[in-house]
Design a protein around this ligand. Sequence first.
Ligand code: FAD
Length: 389
Amino acid sequence: MENNDVIILGAGASGLYCAMTAAKRGLKVVVLDHGAKAARKVRVSGGGKCNFTNLNVTHADYICRNPHFVKSALARLSPWDVITLLAEDSITYQEREHGQLFTEQGAGKVAGSLMTRCTRAGVDFRMGCEIKSVSGTGPFTVTTGDDIVTADKLVIALGGPSWPQVGATDLGFRLAKQFGLKMVAPRPGLVPLIFPKQLQSFCQDMAGNALPATVEAEGVQFTDPLLFTHKGISGPATLQASSYWRTGRPVIIDFLPGQSIEDFVEDNRGSNAQFRNLLGHILPKRLPGLLLSGALGETAVSQLSAKQIEAASNRIHRFTVVPASTEGYAKAEGCVGGIDTDEISSKTMECKNVPGLSVIGEAMDVTGHLGGFNLHWAFASGAACGSHL
Ligand SMILES: Cc1cc2nc3c(=O)[nH]c(=O)nc-3n(C[C@H](O)[C@H](O)[C@H](O)COP(=O)(O)OP(=O)(O)OC[C@H]3O[C@@H](n4cnc5c(N)ncnc54)[C@H](O)[C@@H]3O)c2cc1C
């Protein structure tokens, strides 16, 4: 039995930021994690390049039942704070579209930088450690395979269940239930969508093709690249929309965003080429034939009737499909829902009804859009918590 000021459960992005901030203030911090290595999700993030923040971050980049919840923490940790911190360890960045910042040195460097800062500040890491039980309401006691650890404060930084292949579990949610915290039903977010059976051969034919598209779910639209998979669709536009998609509801795809089929036909009215062949110049070759089957695709552009043009426009600009499902947590880069933010102080991340217990990062009902927002939230919530513990 040993005593500490703070136990942080989870050595991921939020846990490390929180540990570093709290230990720098002189607190005795112990971090428990079942992985052999810390920050495994960070290490695979951004395709190994870690999209660690976004220059344009605002509360509008997050899905949360309380859209104002993230404002306070975001106001206290800006993208420039993160850039400056990483720059101190010679980690530089590349700016990509929409203000996304990726490291030039790789995601492992970000994980290494946070770990080194924690270690320097005196954080005690217990890696490869099974969390068997958590009890108490301050002081809190955590029983692991090897130890019994106690502290006045406990931080749940256990992430969500997306990407179990890097150690993600739902332990954070189970602990929330144990402490009587309300949940917003969790589901996979930032995840590829699977098309229904009747569109499976369409997907097989298109698999591997990518194009710019607008994907809309529940009235929210994203224009970005779309990638066809063997089962359905993926790529940034799909992943973004997937976080809004609800089972049984349609997704609407515009395969020619910013262009108009009507104008295209008008501009090519003199052409006797088959409609689908001509469309093959502005869409992936096979797509027009699959979207415009039979006479519609085979008609010469010069012969198209107004009704046919309208039908084509609907197929190309408003292709409507009810996905069968998502590819699930195994392929999800996020989790929508989680511990209800009503339970948590937006300033300190402490639970309103369980003094001493705090929740940070992905475990709570805050999900960022694609683009560095989720890591920024992990850092911002970790910083807010670490400076108030
Ligand atoms: C493939 C992929 C790529 C991504 N790329 C980006 C990106 O480029 N930019 C971006 O902003 N976001 C990205 N994300 C999302 C981002 O990584 C997460 O939002 C962020 O890591 C969440 O931080 P966290 O601290 O809440 O959770 P995590 O970083 O997941 O940390 C949770 C920690 O808890 C530990 N843990 C879990 N269960 C247990 C248990 N039962 N016992 C003990 N320990 C446990 C885990 O081992 C882990 O170390 C990506 C996610 C994935 C899956």
